[in-house]
Design a protein. Structure first.
Length: 318
């Protein structure tokens, strides 16, 4: 059964009525096809109206929707012959970060991404997508491996941020994130990052210091979560909606600010309503972004990538 967000309750009620009428028909009752058709049209129009005027806070809720496609879904749907690689060669393997080699549209690539998990068991296993230092060290290792073998890097970002536990800080969380960013900037191969859900803080940019940064239409990307920002500025997490507005964290805002390169349109109602269509759209956009970069040499890629991020800093100062 589909999970509905709070602001989708009117849509949920209509779809619930449609399902009840379907069961009536299946049970051999009266023909209700005409009534179902009218309700479907009404539900579709309401969905269009609702999603045409989403607030930043509502977009944050969609970005976190538990049924949204995760990194593991993109790997399964877009990458052939995927060979997972584990461990940071220093401490342990971090299940919050998935990575490995495979083929994207016939081209050998390195894939890295944060994984949240789909149910309680898998979410605990993947630590809800919040990586520890060993996760970022694994990402760095795979980026360096990609550079050594000339493999373009594709990353998929969906994390609330790096794990904030004491043990993570004790093992060098900040240093691990910084080194992962450094590895991304220094990679002598094309690097395409896609924000598929929530892109939180340094935990996200560690996997997104890329030549091209793509964002799904209803994803978010910010230095801090709306709840965290509200807790700091207003000392009240209930002000999260206000914080979301101020943070300019939506794909539309970030594209206008030139902090991301392209926005990938989602199916009406969000990526979770039509995952195959979402994967197909991401595949097209990733390939369109990757193909022109394949002709560039490593030195050019590094120079352009570094200049891109330096320009963001200059624009911010101005």
């Amino acid at each position: 059964m589909r999970q509905f967000l709070d602001f989708e309750k009117p849509i949920a009620e209509l779809e619930g009525k449609i399902e009840e009428l379907r069961r009536t028909t299946d049970a051999g009752g009266i023909d209700v096809a005409e009534e179902v058709g009218k309700l479907r049209d009404k539900a579709h129009k309401l969905l269009q109206t609702t999603y045409a005027k989403l607030t930043p806070w509502q977009k944050a809720q969609i970005a976190r929707h538990p049924e949204r496609p995760h990194t593991s879904d993109y790997i399964a749907g877009l990458i052939e012959d995927f060979l997972p690689l584990a461990g940071d060669r220093a401490f342990a393997d971090d299940s919050a970060v998935l990575g490995g080699m495979g083929r994207f549209r016939g081209r050998a690539v390195m894939v890295i991404g944060t994984e949240r998990g789909h149910d309680t068991e898998s979410r605990v296993k993947h630590n809800f997508g919040m990586a520890r230092p060993e996760g970022y060290r694994k990402a760095r290792r795979l980026m360096e491996l990609a550079g050594r073998f000339g493999l373009p890097i594709l990353s998929f970002v969906d994390t609330a941020g790096a794990f904030p536990g004491i043990e993570a800080e004790a093992r060098g969380q900040a240093e691990a994130i910084a080194r992962a960013i450094e590895a991304g900037l220094d990679a002598p191969v094309p690097f395409i990052a896609t924000i598929i859900g929530e892109g939180g803080s340094g935990g996200a940019i560690a996997l997104a210091a890329a030549d091209r940064v793509l964002m799904l239409e209803h994803s978010i990307y910010s230095v801090i979560s709306p709840e965290g920002c509200a807790s700091i500025l207003w000392r009240d997490a209930a002000q999260a909606a206000t914080a979301a507005e101020a943070l300019r964290l939506t794909a539309e805002d970030l594209r206008k600010l030139a902090l991301v390169d392209a926005v990938v349109a989602e199916p009406l109602g969000g990526a979770h309503r039509d995952a195959p269509a979402m994967l197909a759209a991401v595949s097209r956009q990733v390939w369109d972004s990757l193909e022109p970069l394949l002709a560039l040499d490593g030195a050019t890629l590094r120079a352009r990538r570094r200049e891109k991020f330096l320009e963001m800093g200059r624009a911010g100062v101005v």
